[in-house]
Design a protein around this ligand. Structure first.
Ligand code: HEC
Length: 121
């Protein structure tokens, strides 16, 4: 075999292996890996902080006027029953006195990634 085509075959094999690894990683990753927590943090600061507060405790400046108040998203009690689908529904459709906030699927994923990274206990 000519060295050149051998190199090319070798490279193709390495590429195929690398692509397979990427595919396996994508399948194995949890669903929230699609979210970008850093971007979610920015969105949280724009859309959520007024009610939920910077620390997620539900003590933002607008929270006092709400009945029931926002839950303590930074508490372990919340995360015992929390689900990504319930969080997504709250963001997309609203929940009680929380209005619908954001229906962009990437925004929702990013917000969930941030909530889980920053507040999950
Ligand atoms: C106008 C105030 C307000 C804003 C803005 C707001 N929320 Fe809420 N949020 C609430 C209140 C009040 C509740 C509790 C509602 C209830 O229990 O009836 C709540 C509930 C939630 C819950 C709990 C849902 C569940 O049942 O698991 C999550 C998660 C949440 N908010 C996330 C967010 C995120 C993320 C944003 C920004 C995109 C946001 N909220 C913006 C007031 C707000």
């Amino acid at each position: 075999m000519e060295p050149r085509s051998n190199d090319a075959a070798n490279l193709r094999a390495r590429l195929a292996f690398a692509l397979a690894l990427v595919a396996v990683a994508a399948v194995a990753a949890p669903a929230d890996a699609a979210g970008d927590a850093a971007r979610g943090k920015l969105l949280y600061g724009e859309q959520c902080v007024a009610c939920h507060g910077a620390t997620g405790k539900g003590d933002g400046p607008a929270a006092a006027a709400l009945t029931p108040p926002p839950p303590d998203l930074a508490g372990s009690a919340y995360w015992k029953t929390a689900s990504e689908s319930a969080i997504a529904t709250a963001i997309e459709k609203g929940h009680g006195s929380m209005p619908p906030m954001d229906s962009d699927p990437q925004d929702v994923q990013d917000l969930i990634a941030y909530l889980e990274q920053a507040f999950r206990k």
